[in-house]
Design a protein around this ligand. Structure first.
Ligand SMILES: [Zn+2]
Ligand SMILES: [Zn+2]
Length: 400
């Protein structure tokens, strides 16, 4: 493991930042204290700070040399609306809010890199440190892009990194092409005619129709798309009826999500869903409508930047610890919007199995979005080193 010695020596400082961020989690677009700490830290390092993009987003700009080249390095800032069950000293101080996805660690790793790069300035070009709000809900990365992130701060390529629980410390994983899923969220409203439960023949039962729709939707996955394409349709909400058990209601609503690796699969799912819903509802004398919202596109890594990133990872942890063709994940990530605008790559980094957690941690697993999760401080130095070496490689022509 080749963690840069100066970064390893700053472990206590970077870890203190991480724990401070962990203790004061803020939800999407509310990251004001978080933004204050990030901005002050960057500014203390001598880095130019810009605030306000995406509301609470923070951008740091560090220049050295004369080259026009530039690179964007991104960390997400927000926490989740969950109540932390850990009881160690750096646990959340805000009831109902928790850094359960490790974005506290992502910010600390990027700040650790900023510290080193600002002190050494051993590169030729511009580094843009991007701290984006509201990754979990709100697509803060998209808001920053829409508000002119890359016009105000042009970059040749942009990179993102997420800790990965269940992957050993010191391992990285990445792939060219889609690495995380795209998402479509849907709401299906089935309208029938209400009636007495004892006389269903006098009404048009929307629950019965909605159940046939629920079942038929899975046929899109098993019969319509190619078995070789990754996709899932999950109905996660089913609402019908009021308080009376003897009334067949007039409406049933299904809600859920479709996850895909390719946008054309989402096209197929949406189009088949509309056909199925309309036809099945009609077969049961009901009316139905579909609202289909394409919330996040797939996160797609470009080949050249993925190779550059993989080579940097290999140089730090050894080629045997870098999976260059990891199986894609159907979770979604708003960094996808940055990769729609610029070439770049998103990667995973091992967070270990949870045995790093301080005494007093909750009894649940150390997995993302779990109330017993904690980011692993042992990987801070590896992550900061990755960012530093990646920036140096992109901004030193002789290293490329
Ligand atoms: Zn998350
Ligand atoms: Zn996350």
């Amino acid at each position: 493991m080749k963690v840069i010695p100066e970064i390893a020596a700053a472990q206590d400082e970077i870890q203190a930042l991480r724990r401070s961020l962990h203790a004061r989690p803020e939800l999407g677009f509310e990251e004001t204290q978080t933004g204050d700490l990030v901005a002050k830290t960057l500014s203390d390092y001598g880095i130019e700070v810009h605030r306000g993009l995406g509301g609470t987003g923070v951008v740091g700009v560090l220049r050295a040399g004369t080259s026009e080249r530039s690179v964007g390095l991104r960390a997400d800032m927000d926490a989740l609306p969950m109540h932390e069950l850990n009881e160690f000293a750096h646990r959340s101080q805000y009831p109902g809010k928790m850094h359960a996805c490790g974005h506290d660690g992502h910010m600390a790793m990027l700040l650790g890199a900023a510290r080193h790069l600002a002190r050494n300035r051993d590169f030729d070009g511009t580094i843009v440190f991007i701290f984006s709000p509201a990754e979990e809900a709100g697509n803060g990365a998209k808001v920053m892009v829409d508000e002119g992130l890359f016009e105000k701060f042009p970059v040749d390529a942009v990179f993102g990194l997420h800790n990965w629980p269940g992957m050993p410390v010191g391992k990285f994983a990445i792939r060219t092409g889609p690495i995380m899923g795209g998402c479509g969220e849907f709401k299906i409203t089935v309208e029938g005619v209400d009636c007495h439960a004892a006389y269903p023949n006098e009404g048009k039962d929307p629950i019965f129709a909605a159940i046939q729709i629920y079942n038929a939707l899975q046929g899109i996955i098993t019969r319509n798309k190619s078995p070789l394409e990754l996709a899932v349709v999950s109905v996660t909400q089913f609402h019908a009826g009021g308080t009376a058990r003897n009334v067949i209601p007039s409406e049933a609503v299904l809600g859920g999500t479709a996850r895909v690796m390719e946008l054309r699969t989402l096209d197929l799912i949406e189009s088949r869903m509309r056909t199925i819903v309309e036809a099945v509802a009609k077969a049961h004398d009901c009316q139905a409508r579909v609202e289909f919202d394409r919330s996040v596109p797939p996160t797609v890594n470009t080949a050249h930047e993925t190779k550059l990133a993989s080579d940097v990872m290999s140089s730090i942890v050894g080629a045997e610890n870098v999976n260059r063709d990891v199986h894609p994940d159907l979770g979604v990530e708003d960094f996808a919007f940055m990769l729609q605008a610029r070439p770049g790559a998103y990667a995973f980094m091992g967070n270990g199995f949870g045995d790093h957690r301080d005494a007093g941690h909750g009894s649940g697993p150390c997995t993302c979005h779990n109330t017993s999760y904690d980011f692993n401080d042992e990987i801070l130095g590896i992550g900061s080193t990755y960012w530093v070496e990646l920036a140096r490689k992109l901004l030193n022509p002789e290293l490329r």
